[in-house]
Design a protein around this ligand. Sequence first.
Ligand code: NDP
Length: 327
Amino acid sequence: MSSTSHAVQIPKHGDSSVLAYVPVPKPTPKPDQVLVKVAYAGVNFIDTYQRSGLYPQTLPFIVGREGSGEIVEVGPEVKGDFKVGDRVAFMGPGSYAEYDAVSTLSVAKLPDAVSLEQGAALLLQGLTAWSLVRQAYKVEKGDWVLIHAAAGGVGLLLCQMCKLLGANVIGTTSSEAKAQLAKANGADYIVDYSNGYDELVSKVNELTGNKGVNVVLDGVGASTFDVSLKVVRRLGTVISFGNASGAVPPVNIMRLAEKNIRLMRTTLFQYITTREEFDALSSELLGLVAEGKLQFAIHKVYPIQDVKQAHDDLEGRKTTGKLLLKL
Ligand code: NDP
């Protein structure tokens, strides 16, 4: 630890009031790490789970799982073509900070055409969405796909990706404004689920001839899990990948036998455990971006001092697309 820097560090788990931008020692990269001067940190729902203690952390804890910036130091054992001055997007712990020392396992050099602002919005939600539709369940042309929270960060990307892959996309959102945005991003049909799920069930039945959807992509969790099982078709797939409304309680697997449902609980990090896996997935994602096939909607760029507001807005269902913090 050489000198002082600043980061959003929490002394204890709790609501957004525990977030504070405070002086911390500047990190020293390990031999296999690079030190990034962070320009933007991406805000993700996982940051709220790690803050609240739903995913407990060793305290004190610097929040944030991704960002973008410039490499200012390269550890002597770093493999690959990384050098001081490279513009990069990265995933790694502690990104709500002026400096972050990260393993190069999940660092991507940014093409000139991609700004640092875009870079901080790309990886975590983009790779999550792409891994869901390419690895967890291979979406095929003509599939019926249900995407919960379709106007969220991951949701808007899933809408675009499923449309690109030729699927019929049904989404859920909690407001008309969110519905319009999800439609502009590729959703064919949107159902407002804020007052219950009856309309969703009847809409899915009407559209699919009472068969149900091939796959449900569910990042909402506790509140939508039951309806996800209800609207999936016989031999269909339900993928639970998040807890925006709370964690899904334990499930009696006999419930799956009713329709021979495949149920998965995925995390992106199990799809990118090696540099090869990360490169394969991220190069496909960056390829889609370079070809102009994927748009990343930035909800708002918050100054780092407004981090509490960013978490309140995300948890309060006030946002669409991606939230960024500017360091
Ligand atoms: P979003 O931008 O999608 O925000 C969450 C959305 O969930 C809200 O905007 C809201 O949309 C909906 N929602 C429904 N019920 C609630 C509730 N009770 N409280 C808050 N929000 C609610 O967030 P992200 O794109 O960052 O993440 C989406 C999901 O994906 C999260 O669950 C996240 O944990 C998960 N995720 C999982 C990963 C993995 O590896 N498994 C990686 C990345 C993300 P509306 O108002 O329209 O209902």
